[in-house]
Structures are given as C-alpha cells and as structure tokens.
Design a protein around this ligand. Structure first.
Ligand SMILES: *[C@@H]1O[C@H](CO)[C@@H](O)[C@H](O)[C@H]1NC(C)=O
Ligand SMILES: *[C@@H]1O[C@H](CO)[C@@H](O)[C@H](O)[C@H]1NC(C)=O
Ligand SMILES: *[C@@H]1O[C@H](CO)[C@@H](O)[C@H](O)[C@H]1NC(C)=O
Ligand SMILES: *[C@@H]1O[C@H](CO)[C@@H](O)[C@H](O)[C@H]1NC(C)=O
Length: 462
C-alpha cells in the first residue's frame, strides 16, 4: 500500500471530511450541482442557530415582514402601530439610527451558541428590507457601517464564532421588497438584470470572499427564474473555485421551482418537518418565537416554544434524517432576549447528557413508535456493536414502555438509560405477548425533556 493510499484509508476510517471528489469540476447545471456529495460535517452536526437581525428589530412588532405589511395593507396592525407610536410620515429608513447594536457582544453570543450544543450558526446578512449587516459596496448608505451601528456586524460575529468549534454560515435574501431596480426587472418579466447583476449577485460573491461562510442560506427568489439570479453560475463557482469550495453547504432557495428540488440540503418550507424519511438531506428551519423570525417586543411566554417542545422538535427532526436550524431574534441593541438564551442553554444541557443519540447519527430502519409511545429512534453512524437509541419524549405513568418496532429483534440485548449525570442505568426487558417489547423503566427524579435508552445488539438490523 502506498503512503498515499494508506493516508486516504486512515482519513476515511477516522471519518475525516471527504466532501467533493478531488478535481471534480461542477457545471452550472442542476444535475451537476445536485451530484456533489454534501460535506459530511453538515449531516453530523444536526443543529444550527439561525439569527434574524436587521432594521425590523427596531419596531420589533408582528414580524420581520413589518415594513411590507405596513406598506401593503392599510388595515394592518403595523399601520396602527406606526400611527400610535411615531410621528406622521415617519419612513422605514428612519429606524436605522435606532438600530444601535450598542450592547452587541459577539463573543457572548458565541459562548451562548456554543453552550446550546449547536454546531453551526447562520446570520442574516440582508433580509428582504435590503439593509445589509456588513459594509456592502452595492448598498450605499443602507448598511450597518454607514448608518446605525457603524460596525461590521457580520465580520465581528465571524471572528467570534471562529474562536469556537462552530461553523459560520450566512443567510442572504436575493430580492428586496422595495428596491426600484428589482421592481423594474420584475416589471420587465426578468428580461433585464439591473438589480440581479448590479446589486444582489455581486453581494453573494462579496460575502463569500470576505467572510468565507460554510453555509449559504439563500432566500427570497420571489418566483424569479434561477437564470435571473445567475444561481447556477454562482453555485458552480462556489463549488469549484471559492475559498470554501470543499466545505460549503447550500440550501435550495435559488429560483422559481428550485426549492425542495435542487441545491444542497432541502428546506422545502419554513418549519419543514415531513414525518417520513426523505431521499435527500433536509433541514427544519424553525423559530423559538412561534410567530416570528425577527424579535417581537409584544410576544409573551405563550408565544415561545417550551423547552419540551424544542427538544421534541429536535428529536423528531433528527429521527427522520433532518437538521434543525433553530432561530432567535436579537434586539436592536444587540442583546439576546433572555427567554431565547434560556431555551438555547437548556437544549445544550440536554445535549450534554444525551448528545450521543443526536450527533453523528442516522435514521434507524424504524423512525418511531408513536402509535403506542412518544418514542423516536436514531442509530449511531459508527459504533463498535450495533446500537439503537430510543428517545422517550413522555414518561409513562406505569414506568413500563412497549417498543413495538423492537419486538423479536433482540436477543443478547442490553437496554440502558442515560441518567442525568451521564451514567448508564441497566434496565430489564422482555418480549411480551401481542408482539410487545417491554422495558421496565427506573424512574429518574429529574425534570428532563426527553429520556434516551441505549439499546445494544439487535439481531436484525434491516
Ligand atoms: C405628510 O406628507 C403629506 C404628503 O407628502 C403632506 O401633505 C403632509 O403635510 C405631511 N404631514 C406632516 C405632518 O408632515
Ligand atoms: C464550548 O462548549 C464546550 C462544551 O460545553 C466546552 O467544553 C468548550 O470549552 C466551549 N468552548 C468555548 C470556546 O466556549
Ligand atoms: C414572462 O417570462 C416567462 C418565462 O420566460 C414566460 O413564460 C411568460 O409568458 C412571461 N410573461 C409575460 C407576461 O410576458
Ligand atoms: C411514524 O413512522 C411512520 C413510518 O415512518 C410514519 O408513517 C408515521 O407518520 C410516523 N408517526 C409520527 C407521529 O411521526
């Protein structure tokens, strides 16, 4: 065996990132783009943090679509909100000076994200309002360096995140609601490219070259064809030549008809949680505030997911092969709303104990036993002995559970529960009548959000 082959075998056997086949040249076609293997870090990570931050964080009312609602429907509560709280004829750009970010501490954000157990972060560089959080050369006086914070919010977070082991990713909206050049191209049925060539596509290259993001989360194609956005050319460049060509992952929102069909991982819809296995890798982008991606100052506790709901969404997502991108909305001052921070930290506490059932796993042959119990399965990608994790989302009053999917599938089986201190507690099990695989649980006196059973030695795997 040559040294080279030896090295390759070693790299593969220890699971080192082998993304693209070296020297593969991707063409600007969806067939070619779709043929690229997804870099393995992404599927192994399972959890990312989504951050929606922008001028909409100033009114912080209803949602990040505030400007659009306010302008497009005279009956909308955003109109009343403006009438009640702002002088007549106040314009949206006048929010910019109040977007101060004066308490923005990116190192603190990074420490919270790291504590959450997430493995990557995706920040809005520009939402549909068009205001850029970095000093975009094509967004004069409509960016965070010229007005508002007078800081490069994107660059500062990139630096902070890179002090941790998390990966840094960026969200970018292709269209802008009220950009006159976009509206002109749209009126011309996208036969002209004033906006795409002059504004938004240069921004995509700019953020990749400047911040080297390992996720590009594209959004807002607004029904325009992918050719108008020159999406295939951009992605081919990203995969062949960009500074992140070997590790970058992209989503699927790149033009009319592309979402849920082409790209890297599929997002399909907001809060996508299909409940069945999918052919391709997918992501569930969801929010802690159930109604909004941006911060909303009028939200009450009932508007937020509980810790139980966060963990249960994570477990269901992972058992069906998805990643969860959990969204928070910081304030205009740059602080993280404490309730969001608390949800993230609780998720991290749970993962610190139970993460082996989440990270580096894949869907098992059965995904749930939800007809009888609130149970979801995963299996480690690599393990010395065959192992299945059963994640119990409700504790049964009887302290007895029935895992129908496991009936008859285990012989010299060991069933253990991961206790809150991380140790393994042995449990007894038996094949019952009526095809029931029963496990006697030992009650854990602890208010957890999900209990993990580690089941080793199945005799039938597929
Ligand atoms: C608001 O704008 C309208 C139309 O330009 C103008 O007629 C009106 O005087 C303005 N109101 C105030 C209070 O400036
Ligand atoms: C990130 O979290 C891990 C696990 O809690 C911890 O060991 C590590 O020190 C943290 N890293 C940073 C940079 O905060
Ligand atoms: C706009 O362009 C599309 C695709 O090129 C075409 O199918 C459609 O008929 C055009 N619509 C109008 C109103 O010209
Ligand atoms: C359980 O899994 C089956 C098969 O994958 C699926 O059809 C069903 O919808 C799942 N139930 C829930 C509650 O997810």
């Amino acid at each position: 065996m040559s040294q080279f082959v030896g090295l390759l075998v070693l790299l593969c056997s220890i699971g080192i990132q082998t993304s693209a086949v070296p020297n593969t040249k991707y063409e600007p076609t969806w067939d070619s783009i779709d043929s690229r293997p997804l870099p393995s870090w992404y599927d192994d990570s399972k959890i990312g943090i989504f951050i929606h931050w922008g001028l909409f964080s100033v009114p912080a009312f209803k949602s990040e679509w505030f400007w659009y609602y306010w302008q497009n429907n005279k009956e909308d509560d955003c109109v009343q909100y403006m009438e009640k709280n702002f002088k007549p004829n106040f314009t949206y750009p006048e929010f910019a000076p109040s977007f101060t970010a004066k308490h923005y501490n990116p190192d603190y954000w990074a420490s919270v994200f790291n504590a959450s157990g997430a493995k990557y972060v995706v920040l809005t560089t520009k939402h549909h309002e068009g205001f850029t959080l970095w000093p975009s050369k094509t967004s004069w006086n409509w960016n965070a360096m010229d007005v508002g914070p007078k800081r490069d919010l994107v660059g500062e977070l990139a630096t902070a995140i890179r002090k941790t082991d998390l990966r840094f990713g960026l969200y970018h909206s292709l269209f802008e609601w009220f950009n006159p050049l976009f509206l002109l191209d749209q009126a011309n049925n996208y036969t002209t490219n004033f906006y795409s060539h002059g504004k938004t596509v240069p921004e995509l290259y700019d953020i990749v070259n400047t911040y080297k993001p390992e996720v590009i989360w594209s959004d807002g194609d607004q029904g325009a064809p992918d050719a108008y956005w020159t999406a295939r050319d951009f992605i081919a460049w990203l995969y062949n030549e960009s500074p992140v060509k070997d590790t970058v992952v992209i989503n699927d929102r790149w033009g009319d008809g592309i979402m849920c069909n082409h790209g890297g991982f599929l997002t399909c819809d907001d809060r996508y949680l299909p409940g069945t296995l999918q052919k391709r890798k997918w992501e569930n982008a969801m929010t802690i505030d159930k109604n909004s991606w941006g911060y909303v100052r009028t939200s009450t506790i009932n508007d937020y997911l509980t810790n139980q709901e966060v963990i249960s969404t994570l477990v269901k997502t992972v058992s069906y092969g998805g990643n969860m991108l959990i969204n928070i909305g910081p304030t205009a001052e740059g602080t993280l709303p404490p309730v969001m921070e608390e949800r993230l930290r609780q998720m991290g506490n749970w993962l610190a104990v139970n993460g082996q059932a989440i990270y580096n796993t894949q869907p098992w042959v059965y995904q749930n036993d939800s007809l009888t119990e609130n149970i979801y399965y995963t299996e480690p990608k690599i393990s010395e002995i065959p192992t299945v994790y059963a994640i119990l989302l409700d504790w049964p009053k009887s302290n007895l559970i029935n895992l129908g999917s496991l009936y008859g599938k285990f012989k010299s089986t060991q069933v253990q529960m991961i206790s809150p201190d991380g140790s393994l507690i042995d449990l007894t099990w038996y094949n019952d009548v009526d095809k029931k695989f029963r496990i006697n649980l030992k009650p854990v006196i602890s208010d957890l959000y999900g209990w993990v059973l580690k089941i080793t030695n199945p005799i039938i795997r597929k």
